[in-house]
Structure formats: C-alpha cells, structure tokens
Design a protein around this ligand. Structure first.
Ligand code: FES
Length: 135
C-alpha cells in the first residue's frame, strides 16, 4: 500500500538537526541518519526508529502500519534512550501488550530520536520476521 497513512497522529517530537547513527542488533547494522533525508520511508512517525530502519532494509514487524495500534514494532533501546521523548500514554498502553517488555522498551514507530546521541537498538527475536533463528 502506498500513500501517507491518515491515521498517524503526530507525536511531540523534535526532529534531529545533525547527523547521528543507529546501530541495529543483532547483525550490527549501522545506519547514518541524515536529517535532511527524513523521512526514509512512510511507516510510522517521521524520523522514528521504524521509518529509518525500513528505509535502510532493516526489517521490523509493524502490523498496524505505524499508528500506535499494536505492539509488534517493539524494540529495546540499549543506548541513547535519553534522546527520545518519553512514551505517550497511548504508546505505554500498547507496550503493555508486548512480550519481553524491558525498561528500555519502546514502540519503534512512535520513537523519534532528537539526534543528540547515537543509538543502539535491539530488535527482539519475535519481531524479526525475515530472519530465521537457529533453534
Ligand atoms: S507498528 Fe503498530 S504500534 Fe508501531
């Protein structure tokens, strides 16, 4: 499906003004985020971890299309969490349904880093649709 999703509501986020990097785990995929190129894709909030990941071929499940109506885009922000505004009540409500919740858990479609820190983001195994685990 193409086009802009009309159900995406803006979150209170400050877009980055300078380049920063997001390293996605596992796989150690390093993405350079250039603020002038946002958005990289159309799913989730502009500048969100989800839209940046998808725009760089890093697959994160996103069943609701990035409108804060599921918990499948759950990621764990291992470093740089302080550069992302606090989760809204809506995000926290959805996160409550996410398996393997941690204090650093966020919905990647709603999390917009301000670029003041480099990030390390772990994609939980149940969200890696395209990666087959060996077990
Ligand atoms: S994709 Fe559904 S909440 Fe993020």
């Amino acid at each position: 499906m193409g086009g802009t999703n009309p159900y995406i509501q803006a979150v209170d986020a400050k877009l980055p003004t300078k380049p920063y990097t997001i390293t996605f785990l596992p796989g150690d995929v390093k993405v350079e985020v250039d603020p002038s190129k946002l958005p990289y894709s159309r799913e989730g909030q502009k500048g969100s971890i989800l839209e940046i990941a998808l725009g760089h071929g890093v697959e994160i499940d996103h069943a609701c299309g990035g409108v804060c109506a599921c918990s499948t885009c759950h990621v764990v922000v291992r470093q740089g969490l302080e550069s992302i505004p606090e989760a809204t009540d809506d995000e926290n409500d959805q996160l409550d349904n996410a398996p393997g919740l941690t204090p650093q858990s966020r919905l990647s479609c709603q999390s917009v880093p301000d670029g003041s820190k480099d990030l390390v983001v772990e994609i939980p195994s149940w969200n890696r649709n395209l990666v087959k685990e060996d077990h």
